[in-house]
Design a protein around this ligand. Structure first.
Ligand SMILES: Nc1nc2c(c(=O)[nH]1)N[C@H]1C(S)=C(S)[C@@H](COP(=O)(O)OP(=O)(O)OC[C@H]3O[C@@H](n4cnc5c(=O)[nH]c(N)nc54)[C@H](O)[C@@H]3O)O[C@H]1N2
Ligand SMILES: Nc1nc2c(c(=O)[nH]1)N[C@H]1C(S)=C(S)[C@@H](COP(=O)(O)OP(=O)(O)OC[C@H]3O[C@@H](n4cnc5c(=O)[nH]c(N)nc54)[C@H](O)[C@@H]3O)O[C@H]1N2
Ligand code: SF4
Ligand SMILES: [Mo]
Length: 703
């Protein structure tokens, strides 16, 4: 009897999506036990999951196409062509590990361990994939450390200066909001499983305000007949608008003085700062009419509870941390922090991740020496300008990359390519696919997918901590991230036992307060959160004083303004006039496609082609001024790069702002340069984030 005639036995296995997405959906994998081994035949949303309720998304509905893609990397490979050409030969794990260890020992001998740069992010954001053993391995080596602050850290760093920690309210509490401002978040695209809660709030009478420089799919959901509103500021200028709202709240006696007196510090200093921020002055800076700002301030104070939902978009500006600090001051003036459904919601990491013992998993005690820390967003500068500025110390001669695709996702990407072309840099990439970054590797190693390894997933969009069961064994010779570092430690000849902990030990060490066995039974647990939905109801902020800091001594000590202050981004219309004269248009490069998750899907046949292709989008006025017509090829350029793209004229942008969807690879662009070739790698004022969205360009027809 053959496998074809005999129906194979099937089993179902529960798991959790690992993507760097707020939703952390629950899934069920159906596995057939065939003679050659288990095969996953179906992957569907788990209807019992309390947040995702059985739905996945257009990215992950076809996850098994990704797992079983003919392009999946299943064996180690060695480069045989020039760097970047993508020509490789298959080799054994033993040969790959020997070659890596030989090169790392050579680099350490010749240049010291800081010449090794580990580089990773949250491609798989499960706990072990994100942190298991990599920190220990590179700490024990004495390698350079990496600030992994490209996403979300700046939101927390900004907000913490106001409320004392990166904890906002649980976004599910917006069910109780009567006015809900979606401030710089594209919920329907990026956080789709929150949308049912927003719809439920609207059914209860909530009004929706969307504030975004782009008329996104989320802005499209507003219904003006119900009092919903779309407000379109210029990128990077919202702080001016918020200061003017505060000005109006104080001027028109809409503040809750008793709450301010009881629960905040520094009100009179803030009052002085906003005294000059009339709506008219703010309108000049942010492009939103003064009467719209005034009305929004009145609505915010009078329609209660008033909730604000934000996420990552506005952090990607030079003033990104101050944006989040200023935003979290707004509910202090009305006392909205005390109301169920009021206050600000952001990532829920501050609630879920406190169940993690980060030091127990990273083990900083194993670090040797006092290695420097470099910021991941400065990769191009790091690789091409050794010994300059922040790159004090040895030049990087070994680049070990896993769990991210910087050639597509990190700003100023042409500089990264230049750096990776250096013949005195040894590059290892651990990946599922031959990404644009992997093409520059000397050795490529195959990585498992989420259905091939157990792990714990801490959600950052809800209060849930989820378990992930492996459904099938690793395909080919692929290994999970923690297994990679066990193998590398062995190849290096290291003997420190903590470098070899197994996954079970790592889970118990990293999440000591979790009932792991219980989690495996139930698949998800909710982090503790006040039953009345009001974590800051009686003040109770995480600052030493327990009060919300409208003025901050801490910021003053860091050389930053004590109170919320608008500083126009240098690479923006209110910034360097010489730059504006050369490059008059503000460029946004946002997440745009429903079938993409960052750079992880554009290369798959059911994803990229279905989204068409990349383009430069601009308003008809800007297009006409440049004699650009729909479909023509344009060049978009600034001091960093020139990129060629088809023109798309739209009504989604205001004049002066253009957009290029992000996530496409080099191969999708006629000249091999993608959106991040153009973007700004200036860091945020604090928090270590990066100002992708303060990028100025000019656009012209390609001649
Ligand atoms: N489909 C899909 N979903 C995703 C992702 C994906 O690639 N595809 N990526 C995931 C990841 S990694 C993340 S971090 C989240 C991000 O989730 P979000 O933060 O919701 O998404 P972004 O597109 O980064 O930014 C949101 C919005 O901020 C706007 N914005 C930019 N600058 C400003 C500004 O100065 N002021 C205001 N008011 N708005 C501004 C942008 O135009 C954008 O519409 O999404 C996750 N979900
Ligand atoms: N222009 C522009 N740039 C941006 C943004 C933007 O909005 N605009 N958004 C920024 C944001 S918010 C983020 S979070 C970053 C995201 O940037 P990246 O972290 O680079 O994001 P991904 O494209 O998801 O890349 C993840 C890679 O990890 C691989 N991977 C997945 N699982 C595993 C695993 O278990 N092991 C290993 N070794 N590899 C795995 C995938 O195959 C994929 O190639 O991009 C940032 N870059
Ligand atoms: S990518 Fe996000 S929305 Fe899609 S399945 Fe994963 S967690 Fe859910
Ligand atoms: Mo992100």
């Amino acid at each position: 009897m053959t496998d074809v005639l005999e129906p194979a036995a099937t089993r179902t296995i529960n798991g959790t999506c690992h993507h760097d997405c707020p939703d952390s959906c629950g899934w069920i994998v159906t596995v057939e036990d065939r003679p050659a081994g288990p095969v996953a035949v179906k992957l569907r949303g788990n209807p019992d999951h309390p947040y995702s309720a059985g739905e996945l998304c257009p990215k992950v509905n076809r996850f098994l196409d990704r797992v079983y893609s003919p392009d999946r990397l299943l064996h180690p490979m060695r480069r045989v062509g020039p760097k970047g050409a993508g020509e490789f030969e298959q080799i054994s794990w033993d040969d790959a590990l020997t070659e890596i260890a030989t090169n790392l020992h050579r680099v350490i001998r010749e240049h010291g361990p800081e010449a090794v740069l580990p580089y990773s992010d949250a491609g798989n954001q499960s706990m072990l994939a994100l942190m298991g053993l990599s920190g220990r391995f590179f700490g024990h080596m004495g390698a350079t450390k990496l600030d992994r602050n490209i996403c979300g850290v700046t939101v927390g760093a900004g907000m913490a200066k106001t409320v004392g920690s990166p904890r906002g309210i649980d976004p599910m509490q917006h069910l109780h909001s009567k006015l809900l401002i979606l401030w710089g978040t594209n919920t329907r695209l990026t956080n789709r499983h929150l949308w049912p809660t927003i719809e439920a709030a609207r059914a209860n009478g909530a009004r929706l305000v969307v504030i975004d420089p782009i008329r996104t799919v989320t802005a499209d959901a507003i219904d003006e007949t119900r009092g919903d509103q779309f407000i379109q500021p210029l990128p990077g200028t919202d702080i001016a608008m918020i200061l003017a709202m505060m000005h109006v709240l104080i001027r028109d006696e809409l503040t809750n003085q008793a709450w301010i007196d009881a629960h905040t510090l520094g009100f009179s200093e803030l009052q002085d700062e906003v005294a000059d921020w009339t709506p008219e002055r703010a309108a000049d800076a942010c492009g939103v009419p003064a009467d719209v700002i005034t009305q929004l301030a009145h609505d915010y104070a009078t329609v209660r509870p008033a909730g604000i939902r934000t996420l990552i978009g506005p952090e990607h500006h030079e003033n990104g941390a101050m944006f989040h600090r200023t935003l979290s001051c707004l509910p202090a003036l009305t006392g909205a922090w005390a109301e169920r459904g009021g206050g600000v919601s952001k990532s829920t990491g501050g609630w879920t991740e406190c169940q993690m013992d980060v030091d127990a998993i990273l083990r900083p005690d194993l670090e040797v020496g006092n290695s420097r820390t470099l910021n991941m967003s400065r990769l191009g500068q790091i690789l091409t300008h050794p010994h300059a500025g922040e790159n004090d110390g040895p030049a990087v001669h070994a680049f070990i990359n896993w769990n991210c695709n910087p050639v597509v996702t990190t700003p100023n990407a042409e500089l990264i390519k230049q750096g990776l072309l250096r013949d005195d840099i040894f590059t290892v990439v651990h990946e599922q696919f031959l990404t644009d970054t992997a093409k520059y590797a000397d050795i490529v190693l195959p990585a498992t997918t989420q259905i091939e390894a157990d792990d714990i997933v801490f959600s950052w969009g809800s209060l849930h901590t989820n378990y992930n069961n492996a459904a099938i064994p690793p395909l080919g010779e692929s290994v999970s991230n923690p297994e990679l570092f066990r193998r590398l430690a062995d190849a290096m000849g290291y003997t420190e036992p903590a470098l070899f902990d197994d996954d079970e030990t790592l889970m118990r060490e990293g999440a000591p307060d979790l009932d792991l066995d219980g989690l495996r039974d139930t698949m998800w647990q909710e982090a503790p959160y006040p039953a009345d939905g009001r974590p800051f109801g009686d003040g109770d902020f995480d600052t030493p004083s327990g009060r919300l800091h409208l003025a901050s001594d801490e910021l003053e000590a860091m050389g930053q303004p004590r109170v919320p202050t608008y500083i126009a981004p240098n690479e923006g219309p209110g910034g360097d006039p010489a730059l504006v004269a050369l490059y008059p248009l503000q460029l946004l490069t946002p997440k745009h496609h429903a079938r993409f998750l960052n750079s992880g899907y554009s290369h798959l046949p059911k994803h990229g082609p279905a989204e068409g292709g990349p383009f430069v989008e601009l308003d008809a006025i800007d297009a006409a001024a440049r004699q650009l017509v729909d479909g023509a090829t344009a060049r978009v350029w600034n001091g960093r790069a020139t990129v060629q793209l088809p023109v798309k004229i739209s009504t989604r942008l205001r004049p002066g702002v253009v957009a290029i969807p992000w996530g496409w690879w080099m191969q999708d662009h006629p000249d091999g340069k993608a959106a991040n070739a153009l973007t700004n790698d200036t860091l945020t004022e604090w928090g270590g984030g990066v100002a992708y969205s303060d990028t100025l360009v000019e656009v012209a027809a390609l001649t």
